[in-house]
Design a protein around this ligand. Structure first.
Ligand SMILES: [Fe+2]
Ligand SMILES: [Fe+2]
Length: 422
């Protein structure tokens, strides 16, 4: 009689000895480390690549990679393993590989190496795990990886689309080729991303010097027009106030970039800090996309309303702890007050502007912001010496710094765009 195809609850490789717990833990912690380093690498580029659409994609990918790292870490902790095993690099080879990758120059070489080298290697490592382990014994890892691989297939599709969209110079292509080869050398030396291959000798003498630092310069393409700051129209000037709100959302990319700096430059924090900041970062980029979608839907093109710059300049100037305290306690914290606050924005979109899409977006924006205030309070309580009790003067001082940056140039009144002809 043929075996029924739902026996063993539909799981595979049930009679293969597969991996031991020790072997599984070793591979999983390597993969968790790789995902964690990808979060850092992708986040850093949100600041340095010019292309807006690419910045937005990287914000999503870095968060989904953070979720992958978290799944893998949780799985490792289920398998007789102490948390301390997860805190350090599993091997100097991986550390060298990602330290070097952080120096990848430009949009094209960076995207080419991530799309054509790092991500495919990562998918191979997951697939090789799945054809090795016993799915019944190691069910938790298998389930996590199957979910991760679904995301990774989507990442692959999106990254290829983004790469195809760039038009590199010959020099950009050549640089990408050199970097692909260089990082393949590091990969070979580490025995592949899961460490199961034969180890080679580390590439000698070609590493970039010193740790990578994100250049603190505003980097933008020409996809949107920009102003320093907006003149705030009164609530009663409904069409103008709606434009202003859409512009505010659009400009939240500044906050996402600031959080990318917080994530990258704050070292030695517990994993949960990075997971929280990664999520916060992606949420703020989503809010910027809220603005983009609302503007495009209302006026037919996303350039109808300019974004404002001053918040980005503040985020590039202020130390990470200061900008995070200002964001979480002063800006987002104050948004919880009603009126005005987030609730009023939502009511304005619904009742005064009668804009169904902005109503939905503001509704979810409000929900996100409540979450962010809670995240910020939790993280700052641990991060700031003396905790939340001691932080108020520090964050007020940061807010003054932000106001000083804001005041450096006069605000511009948004010109109400013409509605598209239907
Ligand atoms: Fe936001
Ligand atoms: Fe927020």
């Amino acid at each position: 009689m043929p075996e029924s195809n739902y026996r063993y609850a539909g799981l595979h490789r049930t009679k293969e000895p597969g991996l031991s717990v020790a072997e599984a833990v070793e591979r999983l912690r390597r993969l968790a480390y790789v995902e964690r380093r990808l979060v850092r690498l992708l986040a850093s580029r949100i600041v340095t690549v010019a292309e807006r659409d690419l910045k937005a994609l990287l914000a999503r990918l870095q968060y989904e990679d953070a979720l992958h790292a978290d799944l893998l870490r949780r799985r490792v902790l289920e398998m007789r393993t102490n948390r301390s095993k997860l805190e350090s690099a599993p091997d100097a080879g991986w550390e060298a590989l990602f330290d070097e990758a952080e120096h990848l120059p430009g949009s094209y070489p960076f995207l080419a190496v991530v799309t054509l080298v790092l991500k495919p290697e990562l998918r191979n490592a997951f697939e090789s795990y799945l054809v090795t382990t016993n799915h019944l014994a190691d069910y938790g890892s298998v389930r996590a990886m199957q979910h991760i691989l679904t995301d990774e297939a989507e990442h692959d599709r999106l990254l290829h689309a983004a790469l195809d969209d760039l038009t590199p110079s010959k020099e950009g292509r050549d640089t990408a080729g050199v970097w692909e080869q260089k990082l393949r050398g590091y990969l070979a030396a580490a025995g592949g991303l899961d460490g199961t291959g034969r180890r080679g000798t580390p590439p000698a003498g070609e590493g970039s010097s010193g740790p990578y630092r994100i250049p603190h310069t505003l980097t933008r393409d020409e996809s949107l027009s920009r102003v320093w700051d907006y003149v705030v129209p009164p609530l009663e000037a409904v069409p103008e106030h709606l434009d202003y709100m859409m512009g505010l959302r659009l400009s939240e990319i500044n906050v996402a970039e600031g959080l990318a700096i917080v994530l990258f430059e704050t070292e030695g924090m517990p994993w949960e800090f990075y997971l929280d900041i990664s999520r916060h970062l992606w949420d703020e980029m989503r809010h910027s996309l809220f603005g983009e979608a609302a503007i495009e839907q209302t006026y037919g093109h996303r350039t109808a309303i300019p974004m404002r710059d001053y918040e980005a300049i503040y985020a590039l100037e202020a130390p990470p702890l200061e900008q995070y305290a200002v964001l979480g306690l002063e800006v987002e914290g104050k948004n919880m007050r009603y009126p005005p606050g987030k609730r009023q924005e939502w009511e304005f979109a619904r009742d005064m502007a009668g804009h169904p899409l902005m109503t939905t977006l503001q509704d979810f924006d409000w929900a996100d912001e409540v979450l962010h205030v809670n995240i910020a309070r939790r993280q700052l309580d641990e991060w700031f010496e003396g905790g939340l009790k001691a932080i108020s003067e520090f964050s007020r001082h940061g807010k003054d710094h932000r106001s000083e940056v804001k005041g450096r140039q006069a605000p511009t009144a948004i010109v109400h765009p013409a509605e598209p002809q239907s």
